[in-house]
Design a protein around this ligand. Structure first.
Ligand SMILES: *Cc1c(COP(=O)(O)O)cnc(C)c1O
Length: 463
């Protein structure tokens, strides 16, 4: 099922396994609401509009490629998560999915908290006015300077990831004359992937302290002894793009088991557990993500049940969705540059961006969908691969896509569900300039992250 089945390139595409791509959709002009943000529609001329603005106008004003972000959709997803978990739980948006000052302000206004995992993300959050006590600081190798900055700022929690970090954070907090609230990140022995979870080989990874062999219990023991730390809970994050709740069930069971051991050994009931993020979204019409209220209900029930069995007070739950909030809110708008039919194989459609604005296809073999958006078309579907402009044959945006047979240079196409891990992972490969993020709402568009310029590139290059 993987592109690596034909590493040599397009000439080998005929070895694609049976069923690698689905049949063409009945109507190429339809826009599946599962993969497009809530205000997306086609106008009477067949042009896609979002937030009341058509993409031809967006392309004229802001150029292509561009990430177009639907602010109403972002806010309503954020609100849905917050409402679903109510007042007995905390929702932390995972900033690494996509962070900018506008996004921080929206989160603040919608009552969400924020995860950061570097000094840069922390600086962005603070500069946009997120109250420090609503920030959680993550990472497996936070520098001493980053920790110091976070403690000084007064972040609500630091998630400790190693034995060294327990001592490091305690030391810095004491030096600064404070007690830092911390959670300890553990690995529970579940690694979740799309549609399934694997309960082996899970601890062989860089994050967290293994529950196995009593290591997590030992970490808690040490942290509880240090004056500089206030241990508020246990943290577990089991993976990304997860649809199946059973991985969370196993994780919650094991985290609660640890809380019980801590109570039995130290006589303390830690007040919080964080179950991480990783909830999946629809990249194509084949994906069926859960709604926030279903997820909240399932997680709350699991934790409550496990705590009843263990005779523990139910701790306050927190969750950390990143992709599930921002992923579906944006699409990438590209202009078609060349259309190259390869006889008997497929047609290669080259766009004016590529792996520099969306590395996920190359990095994770991610699936995306794509539509012609500057007009509708009744032409027969053709099997295409949408590729970028980089000097690399793995520079693929959408592996297998059906687009109208009359697609031509100058047409605009858009790849939906690129709000998460696209701009935040964007690079300057080939000295390509990173695209802007344009937020749209109520007929207004505004740039929230501007397009990079050649001047930006040359400013860093000091000769
Ligand atoms: C990446 C990450 C998240 C967010 O993951 P999504 O798949 O975007 O929901 C949450 N918590 C932690 C600790 C992470 O590393």
């Amino acid at each position: 099922m993987s592109r690596s089945a034909h590493p040599a390139g397009p000439r080998h595409a005929d070895v694609l396994p049976e069923g690698h791509y689905s049949a063409p959709p009945a109507d190429l002009n339809s826009l599946d609401p599962k993969v497009w943000s809530e205000t997306v529609t086609r106008d009477a001329d067949g042009v896609l509009t979002v937030g009341g603005i058509d993409v031809k106008r967006l392309a004229e004003e802001y150029g292509t490629p561009a990430y177009v972000l639907d602010e109403d959709d972002f806010r309503s997803r954020a609100r849905a998560w917050r409402t679903a978990f109510g007042d007995n739980a905390d929702v932390f948006y995972a900033g690494k999915a996509f962070l900018s000052r506008a996004v921080v302000r929206w989160l603040n206004e919608e009552g969400l908290n924020l995860d950061v995992c570097s000094g840069g993300e922390l600086a962005t959050a603070l500069s946009a006015g997120m109250p420090a006590e609503r920030i959680a600081f993550h990472g497996n190798n936070k520098s001493v300077a980053e920790i110091r900055r976070a403690v000084e700022a007064g972040v609500g929690r630091i998630v400790l990831d190693s034995f060294q970090e327990i001592v490091r954070v305690a030391h810095i907090a004491r030096e600064l004359g404070t007690r830092q609230r911390v959670q300890i990140r553990i690995t529970v022995g579940v690694e979740a992937h799309t549609h399934e979870f694997i309960a082996t080989a899970h601890e062989d990874q860089k994050f967290g302290i293994p529950l196995a062999g009593g290591q997590a219990a030992e970490a808690v023991r040490r942290a509880l002894q240090l004056d500089g730390l206030e241990v508020i809970g246990i943290h577990s994050h089991i993976g990304s793009q997860i649809f199946d709740m059973s991985g969370f069930e196993v994780a919650a069971h094991r985290v609660v088991g640890l809380l019980k051991d801590i109570r039995d050994e130290h006589g303390v009931e830690l007040p919080e557990i964080d179950l991480g993020g990783g909830l999946g979204i629809a990249y194509t019409s084949d994906d069926d993500p859960r709604e926030p209220h279903e997820i909240a209900k399932a997680l709350t029930e699991i934790v409550t049940r496990e705590c009843e069995v263990a005779k523990l007070r139910t701790p306050r739950i927190s969750v950390e969705p990143g992709r599930a909030i921002v992923g579906p809110t944006a699409f990438t708008l590209y202009e078609v540059g060349t259309v190259k039919p390869l006889d008997g194989l497929r047609t290669y459609v080259s766009v004016d961006g590529g792996m520099s604005d969306n590395i996920r296809t190359a990095l994770y073999d991610a699936e995306y969908s794509v539509s012609l958006v500057s007009r509708s078309s009744d032409a027969e579907p053709m099997l295409t691969r949408v590729v970028g402009k980089h000097c690399e044959s793995g520079d693929i945006v959408v592996k297998d896509a059906f687009l109208p047979g009359d697609l031509a240079p100058g047409d605009l196409i858009a790849v939906p569900a690129t709000g998460a891990y696209c701009r935040s992972m964007a690079s300057n490969y080939n000295h390509v300039l990173r695209p802007p993020v344009v937020a749209v709402k109520d007929g207004q568009a505004r740039v929230i992250v501007r397009r990079e310029t050649e001047e930006d590139l040359l400013r860093l290059d000091v000769g």
